[in-house]
Design a protein around this ligand. Structure first.
Ligand code: GLU
Length: 554
């Protein structure tokens, strides 16, 4: 058979470059010998999930701990699944978690010389190589229809044989030259298949960077490499793209492990050295005592938007994922609590072979710790980021007042003090925590434990002497001084000795003041709260606290 003529009949494109040109167009990268080139290669479906972030983090860390490159390639061969804005959304979502690409689709970078980074724009490259494979007898046209292929599959299933296009079932593999030209003449649609040289009698021992030594059976399937619309399959595009984008390490989900024999054969047929592969295990969760994969349908926490909307601290999510990626990260992190997680020596080989167990409680724990280490300014920025996107109009207005909120956060979060608040795991909790510092969101419940007369006397007496210039001890002396006017003990020691003699004690007085000013029986240091609110607003609240009681009584 004249294969050159056949190749031109099947791929008639004029002006395709000869394949050896591509080695020069995309030369080996000028990087250190051990530097890893990794990539994220999503389909532009618009759904980016925790598994993608987990994988992207492994890619990004592998590249950046070795002075390598991490790039973004868009696998858009399936036009039906394409969603507008999906690429920007991938970039934005990962950026939110501090993961940035060095090159690739929609990335402005002088490094972008290995593009185009959209597979649909690489059609000429794929076609040039398919043509060459046909010329060399490594690929052939297949005219089988969908119905014919289904019938074969049914027969194979019925006979308990491996399904697929191989051996005796690969009928188009043996078409004569005249049969091929007859089909072409009739305008029958065709795909191009690999002419597999493999046999299932042979085993390949392969070293996966995560799973270690894996023994797989050689491929004998004549898989489709170019579809009837001229677009390559994932398998073929993967081999071409990862070779010419000079990927050194392909990190991808373990669902691709079964395709590995095909990929190894394709690399061989194309004359390429395969990259190293690392197949990651799926993220699992415990569900009613059993482990199962996180599912898009059942688990809202699989979506990355979930973490943004819920207001998780992005670095906490990343640090938590690091604990899943490398089991010794947690210990390192405990030893180096303030260190940047990027200083940790990440290694793909340290990843677990079995599924990583995702535990939301553990993430919450990491988030609480991370948030408790923020400065007031960092905390403000984090909360403001959430408020800008998801806050109420009132939240948005409050967060215009940076100076005021920073003062409030310093107090409420216990920044710099001994009592650092450690119960905040999400932005929204932090935002709600400071609502009472603003008049429009101050919603007191006035749950006093004393009668109206007592409450009003306490509030009235305090109002008379209150001076915002008082320091803590002057302030407290004034609180104590109110005690005798309502029959309370001014000194705790007196109260403890003879509690039956008093209606209450000095801390009950503080509680009454606290309820009036903050609306709650518990709060951070009340003297500081009053100082932050200022004289007028404090006085207003003390008065409002009184009138409420009177109204209740009538
Ligand atoms: N487009 C493939 C996916 O989204 C990429 C797999 C790979 O990383 O090679 O699953």
């Amino acid at each position: 058979m004249n294969l050159k003529k056949l190749a031109s009949a099947l791929i008639p494109d004029e002006g395709l470059l000869s394949i050896d040109k591509y080695e020069h167009i995309y030369p080996p990268r000028d990087i250190a010998p051990k530097a890893e080139v990794t990539r994220l290669a999503p389909s532009p479906t618009g759904f980016i999930h925790l598994g993608n972030l987990y994988s992207a983090l492994a890619d990004e860390r592998s590249a950046h701990t070795t002075d390598g490159i991490f790039y973004l390639r868009i696998e858009d061969t399936d036009e039906k699944r394409k969603v507008d804005g999906a690429v920007e959304s991938v970039i934005r979502s990962l950026k939110y978690f501090g993961i940035n690409f060095d090159e690739g689709a929609e990335i402005q970078s002088p490094l972008n010389i290995y593009g185009p980074y959209y597979q649909r724009r690489r059609a000429e490259i794929y076609r040039a190589f398919v043509k060459d494979m046909i010329e060399r007898g490594y690929a052939y046209p297949c005219f089988c229809t969908e119905d014919e292929l289904n019938a074969v599959r049914e027969k194979q299933t019925g006979e308990k044989k491996t399904t697929g296009y191989y051996g005796e079932y690969a009928v188009c593999r043996n078409l004569s030259e005249s049969e091929i030209y007859k089909n072409l003449g009739e305008g029958k649609p065709f795909v191009i298949r690999l002419k597999s040289q493999g046999s299932i009698e042979n085993k390949i021992i392969f070293r996966d960077a995560i799973k270690g030594e894996v023994t797989v059976t050689e491929n004998d399937q004549d898989v489709v490499i170019l579809k009837s619309d001229g677009i390559p399959t994932y398998h073929f595009a993967h081999a071409i793209d990862d070779h010419f984008m000079r990927t050194t390490l392909v990190i991808r989900g373990e669902e691709w492990l079964s395709s590995l024999p095909v990929h190894l054969e394709l690399h061989k047929a194309l004359g390429f050295k395969p990259p190293r592969y690392a197949h990651t295990s799926s993220l699992m969760k415990m569900d009613g005592g059993t482990k199962r994969k996180l599912s898009k349908r059942k688990d809202p926490e699989l979506s990355l938007d979930y973490y943004r909307k819920a207001g998780y601290f992005p670095k906490a999510v990343v640090k938590y994922l690091m604990t899943l990626l490398n089991s010794d990260f947690e210990e390192w992190s405990l030893k180096n609590p303030t260190a940047d997680y990027r200083d940790f020596k990440f290694r793909i080989e340290k990843m677990s072979r079995s599924g990583a167990l995702f535990d939301l409680d553990k993430l919450n724990d990491v988030s609480r710790t991370e948030i408790s280490m923020l400065s007031a300014v960092e905390c403000f920025e984090f909360l403001k980021g959430w408020v800008t996107e998801f806050g109420t109009p009132a939240d948005k207005a409050h967060f215009q007042n940076e100076e005021y909120i920073i003062k409030v956060l310093e107090l409420v979060m216990g920044v710099g003090g001994k009592k650092r608040r450690k119960d905040i795991e999400r932005a929204e909790q932090g935002v709600r925590l400071i609502d009472y510092f603003f008049d429009d969101t101050f919603a007191p419940e006035y749950s006093y434990r004393f009668d109206a007369q007592t409450v009003n006397t306490v509030l009235g007496e305090f109002l008379k002497t209150y001076d915002p210039a008082d320091d803590n001890s002057a302030w407290f002396a004034k609180v104590k001084a109110i005690a005798p006017t309502v029959g309370f003990a001014g000194e705790m020691s007196d109260y403890k000795k003879e509690p039956e003699k008093y209606k209450g004690n000095v801390s009950d007085i503080a509680e009454i003041l606290r309820i009036a000013v903050t609306g709650m029986p518990n709060s951070p240091d009340l003297c500081t709260i009053m100082r932050i609110l200022g004289k007028e607003r404090t006085a207003e609240r003390l008065k409002r606290g009184m009138s409420k009681i009177k109204k209740k009584q009538v």
